[in-house]
Design a protein around this ligand. Sequence first.
Ligand code: PEP
Ligand code: MG
Length: 315
Amino acid sequence: LQAEAQAHAHEPAYTSDGTLIEIYANVLAEADAGDMVAKGADGWVIRTEILFGGSPHPPTVEEQEQAFLRLGRTLGNKRMIVRTWDIGGDKTVPFLPLDQEENPFLGVRGLRVFRNRPELLIDQVEAVCRAARFTPLSLMFPMVTTVEELDWALGLLDDVVGRVGRPDSLQVGIMVEVPAAALRARLMTQKLDFVSIGTNDLTQYTTAAERGNAALHVLADPLDPAVLRLIRLVADESRRETLVAICGDANTDPDVAALFVGLGVRELTPGAPAVPMVKARLRTSSLAELTTLADRALACTDAHEVRELIRSKFR
Ligand code: PEP
Ligand code: MG
Protein backbone atom coordinates (compact mmCIF):
# COMPACT_ATOMS: atom_id res chain seq x y z
CA LEU A 1 0.00 0.00 0.00
CA GLN A 2 2.81 2.41 0.95
CA ALA A 3 4.79 1.63 -2.20
CA GLU A 4 1.69 1.99 -4.38
CA ALA A 5 0.92 5.36 -2.75
CA GLN A 6 4.50 6.54 -3.19
CA ALA A 7 4.43 5.62 -6.90
CA HIS A 8 1.60 8.16 -7.40
CA ALA A 9 2.79 10.71 -4.83
CA HIS A 10 3.57 13.41 -7.38
CA GLU A 11 0.18 13.21 -9.10
CA PRO A 12 -2.64 15.46 -7.95
CA ALA A 13 -5.25 14.00 -5.59
CA TYR A 14 -8.75 14.01 -7.05
CA THR A 15 -11.58 12.38 -5.14
CA SER A 16 -13.17 9.53 -7.07
CA ASP A 17 -15.93 11.96 -8.13
CA GLY A 18 -13.45 14.51 -9.42
CA THR A 19 -12.78 17.21 -6.80
CA LEU A 20 -9.16 18.32 -6.58
CA ILE A 21 -7.79 18.37 -3.02
CA GLU A 22 -4.39 20.02 -2.77
CA ILE A 23 -1.97 18.44 -0.34
CA TYR A 24 0.58 20.78 1.17
CA ALA A 25 3.18 19.86 3.80
CA ASN A 26 5.26 21.69 6.38
CA VAL A 27 8.90 22.61 5.93
CA LEU A 28 10.57 23.54 9.21
CA ALA A 29 14.21 23.91 8.15
CA GLU A 30 16.07 24.56 4.90
CA ALA A 31 18.23 21.50 5.54
CA ASP A 32 15.15 19.21 5.41
CA ALA A 33 13.69 20.61 2.20
CA GLY A 34 15.70 18.53 -0.29
CA ASP A 35 14.62 15.22 1.23
CA MET A 36 10.98 16.30 1.37
CA VAL A 37 10.53 16.84 -2.36
CA ALA A 38 10.16 13.08 -2.90
CA LYS A 39 6.99 13.05 -0.75
CA GLY A 40 5.13 14.78 -3.57
CA ALA A 41 3.39 17.65 -1.79
CA ASP A 42 1.59 20.12 -4.08
CA GLY A 43 2.91 23.04 -2.02
CA TRP A 44 4.55 23.89 1.28
CA VAL A 45 3.83 25.76 4.51
CA ILE A 46 6.68 27.58 6.23
CA ARG A 47 6.59 28.47 9.92
CA THR A 48 8.93 31.45 9.92
CA GLU A 49 9.50 31.54 13.67
CA ILE A 50 11.03 28.07 13.32
CA LEU A 51 12.84 28.66 10.00
CA PHE A 52 14.56 31.77 11.36
CA GLY A 53 14.21 31.04 15.10
CA GLY A 54 17.80 29.90 15.55
CA SER A 55 19.17 33.29 14.56
CA PRO A 56 20.45 35.52 17.41
CA HIS A 57 19.46 38.68 15.52
CA PRO A 58 16.27 39.39 13.57
CA PRO A 59 16.83 38.34 9.95
CA THR A 60 16.95 41.27 7.53
CA VAL A 61 14.56 41.69 4.61
CA GLU A 62 17.37 40.57 2.30
CA GLU A 63 18.18 37.44 4.38
CA GLN A 64 14.54 36.40 4.45
CA GLU A 65 14.03 37.07 0.75
CA GLN A 66 17.08 34.96 -0.10
CA ALA A 67 15.93 32.13 2.20
CA PHE A 68 12.51 32.04 0.50
CA LEU A 69 14.15 32.01 -2.93
CA ARG A 70 16.54 29.18 -1.97
CA LEU A 71 13.64 27.17 -0.56
CA GLY A 72 11.60 27.84 -3.69
CA ARG A 73 14.39 26.46 -5.89
CA THR A 74 14.89 23.39 -3.69
CA LEU A 75 11.16 22.69 -3.64
CA GLY A 76 10.76 23.02 -7.41
CA ASN A 77 8.98 26.39 -7.23
CA LYS A 78 5.79 24.86 -5.89
CA ARG A 79 3.69 27.41 -3.99
CA MET A 80 4.92 28.18 -0.48
CA ILE A 81 2.63 29.61 2.17
CA VAL A 82 4.78 31.81 4.38
CA ARG A 83 3.22 32.13 7.79
CA THR A 84 4.30 35.38 9.41
CA TRP A 85 5.93 35.30 12.84
CA ASP A 86 3.89 33.27 15.33
CA ILE A 87 5.92 34.16 18.39
CA GLY A 88 4.58 33.86 21.94
CA GLY A 89 2.55 31.11 23.60
CA ASP A 90 4.90 28.13 23.56
CA LYS A 91 7.21 29.67 20.94
CA THR A 92 10.07 32.03 21.71
CA VAL A 93 12.85 33.48 19.54
CA PRO A 94 16.06 35.06 20.87
CA PHE A 95 15.64 38.27 18.91
CA LEU A 96 12.21 39.27 20.22
CA PRO A 97 11.95 38.87 23.99
CA LEU A 98 8.36 39.04 25.28
CA ASP A 99 7.05 40.04 28.69
CA GLN A 100 6.31 37.30 31.21
CA GLU A 101 2.59 36.54 31.30
CA GLU A 102 0.30 34.46 33.52
CA ASN A 103 -1.32 32.72 30.53
CA PRO A 104 0.95 32.94 27.48
CA PHE A 105 -1.45 31.02 25.20
CA LEU A 106 -4.09 33.64 25.99
CA GLY A 107 -1.58 36.44 25.87
CA VAL A 108 0.39 38.53 23.44
CA ARG A 109 1.20 36.00 20.70
CA GLY A 110 1.07 35.81 16.92
CA LEU A 111 -0.20 38.96 15.24
CA ARG A 112 -0.83 40.58 18.63
CA VAL A 113 2.90 40.93 19.26
CA PHE A 114 3.24 43.45 16.44
CA ARG A 115 0.41 45.91 17.10
CA ASN A 116 2.69 48.22 19.05
CA ARG A 117 5.93 47.37 17.28
CA PRO A 118 5.20 46.37 13.68
CA GLU A 119 8.78 46.70 12.36
CA LEU A 120 9.67 42.98 12.26
CA LEU A 121 6.34 42.11 10.66
CA ILE A 122 6.75 44.85 8.06
CA ASP A 123 10.22 43.52 7.18
CA GLN A 124 8.88 40.01 6.79
CA VAL A 125 5.94 41.07 4.62
CA GLU A 126 8.37 43.04 2.46
CA ALA A 127 10.64 39.98 2.09
CA VAL A 128 7.65 37.89 0.98
CA CYS A 129 6.53 40.54 -1.52
CA ARG A 130 10.05 40.75 -2.97
CA ALA A 131 10.56 36.99 -3.21
CA ALA A 132 7.06 36.48 -4.66
CA ARG A 133 8.24 38.16 -7.86
CA PHE A 134 10.32 35.05 -8.57
CA THR A 135 8.54 32.13 -6.86
CA PRO A 136 4.84 31.66 -6.03
CA LEU A 137 4.21 32.73 -2.45
CA SER A 138 1.24 33.13 -0.17
CA LEU A 139 1.25 35.24 2.94
CA MET A 140 -0.57 33.88 5.99
CA PHE A 141 -1.19 35.78 9.23
CA PRO A 142 -1.55 33.65 12.40
CA MET A 143 -3.78 34.10 15.48
CA VAL A 144 -6.22 36.54 13.91
CA THR A 145 -9.10 37.10 16.35
CA THR A 146 -11.15 40.05 15.12
CA VAL A 147 -12.04 41.62 11.78
CA GLU A 148 -10.35 44.80 12.98
CA GLU A 149 -7.11 42.88 13.47
CA LEU A 150 -7.39 41.39 9.99
CA ASP A 151 -7.98 44.87 8.53
CA TRP A 152 -4.90 46.10 10.37
CA ALA A 153 -2.76 43.31 8.87
CA LEU A 154 -4.17 43.94 5.38
CA GLY A 155 -3.44 47.66 5.82
CA LEU A 156 0.15 46.84 6.75
CA LEU A 157 0.41 44.72 3.59
CA ASP A 158 -1.07 47.58 1.52
CA ASP A 159 1.62 49.93 2.83
CA VAL A 160 4.36 47.48 1.86
CA VAL A 161 2.79 46.85 -1.56
CA GLY A 162 2.63 50.62 -2.05
CA ARG A 163 6.42 50.74 -1.69
CA VAL A 164 7.56 47.55 -3.46
CA GLY A 165 4.63 46.65 -5.74
CA ARG A 166 2.21 43.73 -5.63
CA PRO A 167 3.59 40.56 -7.26
CA ASP A 168 1.09 38.66 -9.40
CA SER A 169 1.69 35.37 -7.57
CA LEU A 170 0.92 36.74 -4.12
CA GLN A 171 -2.10 35.28 -2.33
CA VAL A 172 -3.20 36.38 1.11
CA GLY A 173 -4.79 34.41 3.91
CA ILE A 174 -5.02 33.92 7.64
CA MET A 175 -5.01 31.06 10.05
CA VAL A 176 -8.35 30.39 11.66
CA GLU A 177 -7.31 29.05 15.03
CA VAL A 178 -9.27 31.24 17.43
CA PRO A 179 -12.98 30.35 17.76
CA ALA A 180 -13.91 34.04 17.47
CA ALA A 181 -12.39 34.11 13.99
CA ALA A 182 -14.17 30.89 12.98
CA LEU A 183 -17.46 32.41 14.11
CA ARG A 184 -16.84 35.49 11.94
CA ALA A 185 -15.68 33.45 8.94
CA ARG A 186 -18.09 35.09 6.50
CA LEU A 187 -16.63 38.56 7.01
CA MET A 188 -13.07 37.26 7.19
CA THR A 189 -13.12 35.03 4.10
CA GLN A 190 -14.60 37.77 1.91
CA LYS A 191 -11.37 39.72 2.32
CA LEU A 192 -9.00 36.84 1.57
CA ASP A 193 -7.79 34.36 -1.04
CA PHE A 194 -7.70 31.52 1.50
CA VAL A 195 -7.96 30.63 5.18
CA SER A 196 -6.18 27.76 6.88
CA ILE A 197 -7.77 26.24 9.96
CA GLY A 198 -5.13 25.46 12.61
CA THR A 199 -6.55 22.51 14.47
CA ASN A 200 -3.87 22.52 17.19
CA ASP A 201 -4.87 25.92 18.50
CA LEU A 202 -8.52 25.83 17.44
CA THR A 203 -8.92 22.69 19.55
CA GLN A 204 -7.07 24.18 22.51
CA TYR A 205 -9.14 27.35 22.47
CA THR A 206 -12.47 25.63 21.83
CA THR A 207 -12.05 23.10 24.63
CA ALA A 208 -10.12 25.39 27.01
CA ALA A 209 -7.58 22.56 27.33
CA GLU A 210 -3.91 23.40 26.81
CA ARG A 211 -2.54 21.66 23.73
CA GLY A 212 0.63 20.22 25.30
CA ASN A 213 -0.83 19.22 28.67
CA ALA A 214 -0.79 15.41 28.88
CA ALA A 215 -3.39 15.42 31.65
CA LEU A 216 -5.88 17.05 29.25
CA HIS A 217 -5.24 15.22 26.00
CA VAL A 218 -8.63 13.49 26.10
CA LEU A 219 -10.29 16.92 26.23
CA ALA A 220 -8.00 18.60 23.69
CA ASP A 221 -9.07 16.29 20.89
CA PRO A 222 -9.43 17.78 17.40
CA LEU A 223 -12.17 15.25 16.66
CA ASP A 224 -14.40 16.77 19.33
CA PRO A 225 -17.68 17.47 17.49
CA ALA A 226 -17.53 21.05 18.76
CA VAL A 227 -14.30 21.56 16.81
CA LEU A 228 -15.72 19.77 13.77
CA ARG A 229 -18.72 22.10 13.85
CA LEU A 230 -16.45 25.13 13.70
CA ILE A 231 -14.61 23.62 10.71
CA ARG A 232 -17.90 23.00 8.88
CA LEU A 233 -19.02 26.53 9.75
CA VAL A 234 -15.89 28.06 8.24
CA ALA A 235 -16.29 25.96 5.07
CA ASP A 236 -19.99 26.91 4.75
CA GLU A 237 -19.36 30.59 5.42
CA SER A 238 -16.66 30.72 2.76
CA ARG A 239 -19.39 29.75 0.26
CA ARG A 240 -16.67 28.21 -1.93
CA GLU A 241 -15.53 31.70 -2.89
CA THR A 242 -12.46 31.45 -0.67
CA LEU A 243 -10.31 28.34 -0.38
CA VAL A 244 -10.55 26.64 3.01
CA ALA A 245 -7.37 24.77 3.99
CA ILE A 246 -6.39 23.01 7.18
CA CYS A 247 -3.14 22.61 9.06
CA GLY A 248 -2.24 21.31 12.50
CA ASP A 249 -1.18 17.79 13.41
CA ALA A 250 -4.53 16.02 13.10
CA ASN A 251 -4.72 15.79 9.28
CA THR A 252 -1.55 13.70 9.12
CA ASP A 253 -3.88 10.75 9.81
CA PRO A 254 -5.46 9.85 6.42
CA ASP A 255 -8.80 8.95 8.04
CA VAL A 256 -8.97 12.35 9.73
CA ALA A 257 -7.82 14.11 6.55
CA ALA A 258 -10.70 12.46 4.67
CA LEU A 259 -13.16 13.55 7.36
CA PHE A 260 -11.98 17.16 7.06
CA VAL A 261 -12.55 17.03 3.29
CA GLY A 262 -16.09 15.88 4.06
CA LEU A 263 -16.51 18.94 6.27
CA GLY A 264 -15.64 21.18 3.29
CA VAL A 265 -11.87 21.60 3.47
CA ARG A 266 -10.17 21.63 0.04
CA GLU A 267 -6.49 21.82 0.95
CA LEU A 268 -4.71 19.75 3.60
CA THR A 269 -1.32 20.04 5.29
CA PRO A 270 -0.21 16.68 6.70
CA GLY A 271 3.35 16.01 7.82
CA ALA A 272 5.42 15.46 4.66
CA PRO A 273 5.89 11.67 5.15
CA ALA A 274 2.11 11.21 5.18
CA VAL A 275 1.45 13.00 1.88
CA PRO A 276 1.40 9.88 -0.36
CA MET A 277 -0.99 7.98 1.93
CA VAL A 278 -3.33 10.97 2.35
CA LYS A 279 -3.48 11.39 -1.44
CA ALA A 280 -4.16 7.65 -1.87
CA ARG A 281 -7.02 7.78 0.64
CA LEU A 282 -8.71 10.69 -1.11
CA ARG A 283 -8.49 9.06 -4.54
CA THR A 284 -10.46 6.06 -3.33
CA SER A 285 -13.19 8.18 -1.69
CA SER A 286 -15.95 10.24 -3.25
CA LEU A 287 -16.74 13.71 -1.99
CA ALA A 288 -20.35 12.58 -1.62
CA GLU A 289 -19.48 9.74 0.74
CA LEU A 290 -17.05 11.90 2.73
CA THR A 291 -19.73 14.57 3.13
CA THR A 292 -22.13 11.93 4.49
CA LEU A 293 -19.39 10.66 6.82
CA ALA A 294 -18.79 14.20 8.08
CA ASP A 295 -22.52 14.77 8.62
CA ARG A 296 -22.60 11.65 10.78
CA ALA A 297 -19.48 12.77 12.68
CA LEU A 298 -21.13 16.10 13.49
CA ALA A 299 -23.98 14.22 15.15
CA CYS A 300 -21.66 12.07 17.32
CA THR A 301 -21.61 12.51 21.09
CA ASP A 302 -17.86 12.89 21.49
CA ALA A 303 -14.44 12.53 19.89
CA HIS A 304 -14.22 8.87 20.79
CA GLU A 305 -17.38 8.12 18.83
CA VAL A 306 -16.10 10.14 15.86
CA ARG A 307 -12.86 8.16 15.89
CA GLU A 308 -14.74 4.84 15.93
CA LEU A 309 -16.90 6.06 13.06
CA ILE A 310 -14.00 6.98 10.78
CA ARG A 311 -11.96 3.89 11.72
CA SER A 312 -14.85 1.59 10.86
CA LYS A 313 -15.48 3.45 7.60
CA PHE A 314 -11.93 2.98 6.35
CA ARG A 315 -11.14 -0.54 7.68
C1 PEP B 1 -2.19 25.16 14.63
O1 PEP B 1 -2.42 25.88 15.60
O2 PEP B 1 -2.88 24.16 14.32
C2 PEP B 1 -1.03 25.43 13.76
C3 PEP B 1 -0.89 24.84 12.59
O3 PEP B 1 -0.11 26.31 14.20
P1 PEP B 1 0.96 25.99 15.35
O4 PEP B 1 0.87 24.54 15.69
O5 PEP B 1 2.27 26.39 14.79
O6 PEP B 1 0.49 26.88 16.45
MG1 MG C 1 -1.36 27.73 15.86
